[in-house]
Design a protein around this ligand. Sequence first.
Ligand code: HEM
Length: 404
Amino acid sequence: MSEPVNDWATDYDIFDPQYVADPFSIWDELRTACPMAHTDRWGGSWLPTRYDDVYAIAHDVVKFPSGNGISVVPLVDAPVPGAPAPTPLLAAGIPPISADAPLHTWTRRLVLPTMSPARVAEYEVYTRALCRRLVDDVLARGEGDAAAEYAQQIPVRVIGHILGVPEEMSDTFTGWVRDILEFANDEERRRRGIMGMVTYVQGAIAERQAEPKDDFITELLQSEHDGEPTSVDVVMGMCALLLIAGIDTTWSSIGSAMWHLATHPDDLRRLVNEPELMPTAIEEFLRAYAPVTMARRLVVDTEYNGCPIKAGERVLMNFPGANRDPEVFPDADKVILDREHNRHLAFGSGIHRCAGSNLARMELRVAVEEWITRIPEFSVTDPALVTWAGGQVRGPRSVPVRVP
Ligand code: HEM
């Protein structure tokens, strides 16, 4: 457990329980007093809180590359002083997110067709049937956990369906992804999650090398770049990324939307009565409760807006904080279901902008639609039982609700 934070401008910690519970008031204060906060914790990093800064840094891939580290805490593979350098578990990283050009460019191109609107429309059939099954269970019991028993169950199965991972593995995957992202500040759990995921993907690749299947892992293994087959290391990294990026993020977004509706009866009623608001409501949930904070680790000393950023330090890509900037979003701390102008940064911006955004949006929309169509009234049983996880991905982990 880290020391509590006394000064958010010079010693912030995004794993601090106060930051996890309410980062919004911390960003509001920093935005006027110190828009680029600094901390020496976790290897040293800077936290921009203004939209313009986060946007500018995301677009400056020369000064702020992704190839030198994108996690908020140093990776478990970071060398221990005096010990031999460890063999990286993922030799090619997890492209495209962890890569700069040229690796970034061609690996992103390999992912995009699988996440196109047309392909996502195909996955919608599976997603809707899955959500209906989950809602049936909640209705049968008259109560349920909208985060753990609903939101958490959806993305892991959808991405498993796309990659060709059996549904029985869902809980195991969820555990690994939580170890990697939610418990990133616990080195042992993080290593366990990465090991679990890597070992599984290695096995899945070997199976498909022996006998190709009709799934995305096979498609990647059969792909080529510059006339050469894509290397197994790259395929490994890409599969690990899709599992990590596709699970916790989307589950957190669905969970936040469910929590919002369970605690704001006026918004729930409005969305039930005016389903045509769904597209703007989904964007507003993404903006207001953006789950993902990424990082860039600097290769050389640089300066940004007068801040001296040292080589090896990180800049946190505070997409969630940018989305609450009142300079860009009037009434930024209010959820407005029909907000008209909403150029939010929940999916990032620039060359690394989320490659799975079509899929994520579909999952969020279908999850909310299926629930509120069949359960138009629901509320949190006891606010004290609601829990949130934070760090690199923020979202609710438990939202117990009663359904009439
Ligand atoms: C609501 C859910 C999601 C959110 C909020 C989200 C957010 C993000 C963000 C902020 C980035 C940019 C990272 C950076 O700049 O370093 C990103 C990249 C990425 N996301 Fe998502 N994501 C979501 C769901 C998904 C899903 C479902 C998938 C696919 C299975 C996915 C795949 C990716 C990939 C492959 C990248 C890397 C793109 C690149 O580097 O070119 N994401 N995501």
